[in-house]
Design a protein around this ligand. Structure first.
Ligand code: AMP
Length: 120
């Protein structure tokens, strides 16, 4: 698994370093998960790798372990948030047209309501 240095100007690197507060719901050696500051669903948690990776477009096969951990953690958080049975959504936005506003890889774990498809 490759390691990328922290970017001191990156908002999520600063949240990982606890320089900016967040409401953490999970953390381990590879990632943290915290509540989105502007939730778009009753449960809206962001899963963020500790390493600075700009987006999913920068992932390589070396990141397989990280990705496995992220999805396993998301399923665990979904269970602890009580949204696993009803179903939920995991989203990662890439670039401007994809709707990405923070350039540090993150996965939105959203649930607690029914979602439409396709997204807007
Ligand atoms: P995206 O637009 O896909 O890059 O997602 C970035 C997400 O980060 C948005 O849903 C924001 O509401 C959320 N966000 C921005 N600043 C913070 C913060 N300080 N704490 C928690 N969530 C944040």
């Amino acid at each position: 698994m490759s390691s990328r240095p922290r970017d001191p100007s990156c908002l999520f690197c600063r949240i990982v370093a606890d320089e900016i507060p967040s409401t953490r719901v999970f953390e381990d050696d590879l990632l943290i998960a915290f509540r989105d500051i502007a939730p778009r669903s009753p449960t809206h948690v962001l899963l963020v790798p500790r390493d600075h990776i700009a987006s999913a477009a920068k992932l390589t096969e070396d990141d397989a372990g990280l990705l496995g951990r992220i999805f396993a953690s998301a399923a665990e958080i979904a269970r602890s948030e009580g949204i696993a049975d009803g179903g939920y959504r995991i989203v990662t936005n890439i670039g401007e047209w994809g709707g990405q506003s923070v350039d540090h890889l993150h996965f939105h774990l959203m649930g607690g309501r029914r979602f439409s498809w396709p997204p807007g």
